[in-house]
Design a protein around this ligand. Structure first.
Ligand code: DLL
Length: 440
C-alpha cells in the first residue's frame, strides 16, 4: 500500500492521539447528554427513572449507565419528538422508510450539515480520492440520506460531482463514459447490475476511467467485493452509515480495505449482546450501538442499530488511530433460524459466490411449513450456460447446496433460475423474500 498519499487537512482527526481523542469524546459525551436531558422529554424521563443526571457521566465508561434508544422510540415520537433543537434551527429533514408504517424522520441544523459533509469528505479522502475526481453519485437523492450526504462531501473535497441519483441505467452508462467518471457511489447490488449492463453493451471497462467505488447502504461480502473488482477492474470500498446517526459517513474503509474506520470523534461506539444488552469487549461479535457526540438537532444516546459486527482495536496499517469495525455481517433482524441454526444472508452470499458459473443475483425465500421455517435459495445461472441441460443444472445445484452446507452447516435447497429473472435493484437489494406470514 502506498503510504505517501496526501492527507487532507480535515482528515487529520483520523490520526489524532488516542488520549486526546478520549478527552474530546468525554467532553462531547457530557455535552450531548446535557443537551438531551434538557431538550428531549423521552431522554430526561428515562434518565430520571434511573436516578441519573448529566453530571453523573464522569468517564467514557459511564455511557453504559445510560438507557438504550430503539427504533420504536423514533416511531413512538414521530415525527419530531426526539429533536433537541427548535425547528427554526433545523435546516434539513431526511427520512427512512423502514419496512412498515410511518418513516422515521431525522433533522439537521446548519452545524450538523457542516459536520456531515466534513465526515463524508474524510470518507472520500480515506479511499484516496482528491479534487481531481469526477464522482458519479448514484445514491438516491431525496429523503434517503445517501444522495445528498455523498454530494456535499464530494463537493467539499473539491471533486466534480455528477448528481445523477439512482436508476436509469442507460444514462448512468453514458455519463460514466462521456463525463470521464473516476469514482462512483451507489449500492454494491446496483453496481453489480451496472457491470452486467456494461458487459452486455459495446462499452468496455478498459475504456472507462472509473477506478474507485464507494459502496454501502446494504450488507455485502468480501466475496462480492472480489467479484466486483475482478469484473470491473475498480477498487471497491465499503461505506457505512444509518439515517438515525447521520446518514452515510459513520465509517469507511481506508485503502487497506481491512475493516471500516469509525469516526470516533463524532460517534461513540459500543458492541452489546443483542439479547441482554450487556457491553461486550473489543473483538467480540454483537450489536453495534452508537451515541452521537456532536449532533445538535437529532442527538442519539446508545442507539441500537441492530447491525452485527465486532470492533477491531489493533492499529491499522494506514496509521489512522480511530478504530475499525469488521464489515457488517448482517442486521440482527435478518438472521434466520433454520432447524435451530442461526443463518445470515451474508453467509449464503459468500457460499454462492465461491462457486463458478453462477451470477451474483440471488434471493432467499423463507416459508413456514408445519410450524417450521424452511428456506430455499434462488440463484441465476451464468448466461453462457443454459437451464435446458438438466444434468449440468442438477450437478450445479448440488454444488451450490454443498457450498452452503460447508459455510452454514445446513443443507439448503438451491434452485438455479434463468439469467435476468431475479429483479435488479436500483438501491438496496431485497435479498430475503419472507413468505412465512402469508403461508402460515
Ligand atoms: O443506508 C445510509 C447510507 C447511505 C450508508 C449510503 C452508506 C451509503 P439507512 O437507509 O438508514 O441509511 O439504512 C441504514 O443500512 O443500519 C445497515 O443495516 C445498512 N447498511 C448501511 N451501510 C451498510 C454497509 C443508509 N456498508 C442501514 N454494510 C444500517 C452493511 C449497511 N449494511
Amino acid at each position: 500500500m502506498d503510504r505517501h498519499y496526501k492527507i487532507h487537512t480535515e482528515s487529520l482527526a483520523d490520526f489524532v492521539d488516542v488520549d486526546v481523542l478520549k478527552a474530546v469524546q468525554l467532553e462531547r459525551l457530557q455535552d450531548t447528554v446535557t443537551r438531551c436531558y434538557n431538550n428531549v422529554a423521552l431522554f430526561r424521563t428515562r434518565m430520571e427513572e434511573r436516578g441519573l443526571v448529566p453530571a453523573d457521566i464522569k468517564t467514557l465508561g459511564d455511557v453504559a449507565r445510560l438507557p438504550f434508544t430503539q427504533k420504536t422510540d423514533l416511531r413512538d415520537t414521530y415525527p419530531y419528538g426526539l429533536f433537541a433543537a427548535p425547528m427554526n434551527e433545523v435546516v434539513r429533514l431526511h427520512a427512512s422508510s423502514g419496512t412498515t408504517g410511518k418513516p422515521i424522520v431525522v433533522g439537521y441544523t446548519r452545524d450538523d450539515l457542516d459536520v456531515w459533509s466534513s465526515l463524508m469528505l474524510r470518507c472520500f479522502a480515506a479511499v484516496g480520492m482528491t479534487a481531481n475526481d469526477v464522482v458519479q453519485n448514484a445514491y438516491g437523492y431525496g429523503l434517503f440520506t445517501g444522495g445528498l450526504g455523498a454530494h456535499y462531501g464530494a463537493e467539499r473535497l473539491g471533486a466534480t460531482v455528477v448528481p445523477i441519483s439512482g436508476g436509469n441505467t442507460e444514462r448512468q452508462m453514458m455519463v460514466m463514459k462521456d463525463f470521464g467518471v473516476t469514482a462512483i457511489c451507489c449500492t454494491p447490488s446496483y453496481f453489480v447490475h451496472l457491470i452486467e449492463r456494461i458487459n452486455a453493451s459495446d462499452v468496455n471497462f478498459n475504456e472507462l476511467k472509473v477506478t474507485t467505488g464507494i459502496f454501502g447502504a446494504e450488507p455485502w461480502t468480501d466475496e462480492m467485493r472480489q467479484y466486483i473488482e475482478d469484473a470491473s477492474g475498480i477498487k471497491a470500498f465499503d461505506i457505512y452509515g444509518l439515517s438515525e446517526i447521520i446518514g452515510p459517513g459513520v465509517g469507511i474503509e481506508c485503502q487497506a480495505q481491512a475493516g471500516l474506520h469509525i469516526f470516533e470523534d463524532h460517534f461513540l461506539m459500543e458492541i452489546v449482546n443483542p439479547e441482554t444488552g450487556e457491553v461486550m469487549p473489543d473483538g467480540e461479535e454483537g450489536e453495534l450501538v452508537f451515541t452521537t457526540l456532536t449532533k445538535q438537532a437529532f442527538p442519539m444516546i446508545r442507539y441500537r442499530t441492530h447491525d452485527i459486527t465486532s470492533i477491531v482495536s489493533e492499529r491499522c496499517v494506514c496509521g489512522r488511530t480511530i478504530r475499525r469495525i469488521k464489515r457488517i455481517r448482517s442486521r440482527s433482524d435478518d438472521m434466520m433460524i433454520i432447524r435451530g441454526v442461526n443463518v445470515f444472508p451474508s453467509q449464503i452470499e459468500a457460499a454462492l459466490m465461491s462457486v463458478d458459473n453462477t451470477e451474483p443475483h440471488y434471493q432467499i425465500y423463507l416459508r413456514r411449513k408445519g410450524g417450521l421455517d424452511q428456506v430455499e435459495v434462488k440463484v441465476e445461472i451464468a448466461s453462457h450456460l443454459s437451464t435446458d441441460r438438466i444434468r449440468e443444472i442438477e450437478a450445479m445445484q448440488k454444488k451450490l447446496s454443498h457450498a452452503i452446507e460447508h459455510t452454514v452447516g445446513l443443507r439448503i435447497p438451491v434452485q438455479l433460475v434463468e439469467p435476468g429473472s431475479i429483479a435488479r435493484s436500483e438501491g438496496k437489494a431485497k435479498r430475503v423474500v419472507d413468505l412465512r406470514d402469508e403461508e402460515a
